[in-house]
Design a protein around this ligand. Structure first.
Ligand SMILES: CC(C)(COP(=O)(O)OP(=O)(O)OC[C@H]1O[C@@H](n2cnc3c(N)ncnc32)[C@H](O)[C@@H]1OP(=O)(O)O)[C@@H](O)C(=O)NCCC(=O)NCCS
Length: 185
């Protein structure tokens, strides 16, 4: 899927440098749960070859590389990988999933994250038939909350100690927000 100068595509082993950097980034490790920092790009390459395809096949999660499009009609895989988006805990019976996005530091604060989040949610609604997408942002992660609110997520609750930082292992309180297709903007 493509829009706003971004392409959302399936990850491939050539994304190892992106994944290696992302999993070592302090904010990614602080605000996402269970981020394992790959030892080197070869380890990231092996993980990319095995894990995302398996999760796609079993329908448990849909992982994406976020790419800055090389040109408006350029094919996927020709742009620059700038970040990652994922739909996890996909529950086909309830037509729900959870979403998370991260960007490499030099691509933050450019409104790219909003566009990436919009794309991955569109994928969930249009291609997976989801009826609801949830996001759990740490209470002290204001960029993440603003990014969600900007595309239509509504606050649905507050979860004390909801998840553990991958970096410090301390518990974060989380703001639960939810998106339904008619609110996506
Ligand atoms: C969360 C993240 C993806 C947001 O990316 P981003 O590129 O900064 O987001 P955007 O440029 O689309 O901006 C989203 C909003 O947050 C605001 N914002 C971004 N960084 C900010 C900061 N450090 N302090 C305050 N506001 C900030 C922007 O101004 C914008 O709000 P606005 O439209 O009202 O101006 C990025 O910070 C990131 O990768 N963080 C690490 C991983 C993470 O926390 N992921 C989310 C876990 S669910």
């Amino acid at each position: 899927m493509a829009a706003d100068g971004l392409v959302l595509r399936r990850p491939c082993p050539a994304d190892a440098a992106l994944v290696h950097r992302g999993t070592h980034d302090p904010l990614v490790r602080e605000f996402l749960q269970a981020v394992v920092p790959h030892r080197d790009t070869a380890a990231a390459e092996r993980w990319l070859a095995e894990v995302p395809p398996l999760l796609w096949r079993t329908g448990r999660a849909a992982y994406f590389t976020v790419e800055a499009a090389a040109a408006p009609d350029a094919p996927p895989g020709t742009g620059e990988p700038v970040g990652w988006a994922e739909l996890v805990n996909i529950d086909p019976a309830a037509a729900r999933a959870e979403v998370a996005v991260w960007l490499l530091p030099e691509h933050r604060r450019l409104r790219t994250a909003k566009a990436a989040l919009r794309l991955v949610c569109r994928f969930g609604f249009e291609r997976l038939g989801l009826e609801r997408i949830d996001a759990y942002a740490a209470a002290d992660n204001m960029p993440s909350q603003l990014m969600g609110a900007a595309i239509g997520f509504r606050r649905a609750g507050y979860r004390p100690g909801a998840f553990r930082s991958s970096r410090t292992h301390r518990l974060h309180d989380a703001v639960h927000a939810t998106l339904v297709p008619e609110d996506l903007c």
